[in-house]
Design a protein around this ligand. Sequence first.
Ligand SMILES: [Zn+2]
Length: 270
Amino acid sequence: MSGKSKRKEIPVFQTPLIETHCHLDYLQQDSTEAILQQARERGVERFITIAVAPDNLDTVRTLADTHDAVYCTQGVHPHEARLYTAEVGQRIRAGAESERVVAIGEIGLDYHYDNSPRAQQRQAFAEQLQIALDMALPIVVHTRDADDDTMAIFREFSGQGLRGVIHSFTSSPELAEFCLQEGFHLGFNGIITFNKAENVRAVVAETPVERILLETDSPFLTPVPFRGKENAPFYLPLVAEKVAELKDSPPEALIRQTTQNARDLFFHGA
Ligand SMILES: [Zn+2]
C-alpha cells in the first residue's frame, strides 16, 4: 500500500475533555451508553445534555440521573418560546433543584428562523435569566441574528452576577466583544471546521482561551470531514484540535484550559 490515506482519524488526547453542549435525547444512532462509551474512549469525561422545550425537561434529567458522567440543563429554547408559560417557568425552577442540573438553558433569541414570535422570545429569555439569577446557576444562551436585542436584554441584567456561555457562537465580533466584557464564555463547535465559517474562526482567534468552551451541539453540526454523518460527542476532539490550531496552541494545553473553564463555570471548579 502506498499513498496518503484519505481516512481522517478522530484524535485521542491525554487531557480529559468536557462536552458542554449536546442533545443526547435527539441522537438516532446506537444506544446512549454506546455513544458515551465511544466518547470516553476519546477522552470525553463529562457531558452536558441540553433542555430545549417543555416536553424534554424531564427527559434530560432522566438521562442525567441514569448515566454517571451526564449532567443537564433546564430551559426553553427561543424556537419554543411560544410554549413558555408561568407554569413552565415553575417546572424549570423545580427541575433545577436537582444536583444534576448545572445551568439554565438553552435560552435566548433566534430571529433567523423566527419559530416563535419575537416578543414571546424576549419575554421567555428575560424570565429565564431571572430564574438563573434566583437559583445562582449559569446560563446557556442561543442567539442568532438578534445581536441588538440580545445586548439590550443583557444590559438590563448587567452587574447582577449573570454567568454563562453563548453557545455555538456565530454572531458578530461586536456581540462577541460585548459578551466577553459582560464576563460570558463563548462556545465553539464543528462550525469552525466549515469552509464558509471564516467569520467564526476570526472570533475564535480574538477570544481569550480562558473564555472558550468546547461543544459538539450534536446531533447537529458534524465537524469536517464527517459531514453527512450524525454528530455525536465522540467528535469533540476534532473541535479541540481546530480551536488549538486557531489559537496556535498545543492541543493538550488548549484542552487543559478549556476543561478547567467548563469545571469552573458548571461544576464549581471540581
Ligand atoms: Zn443546542
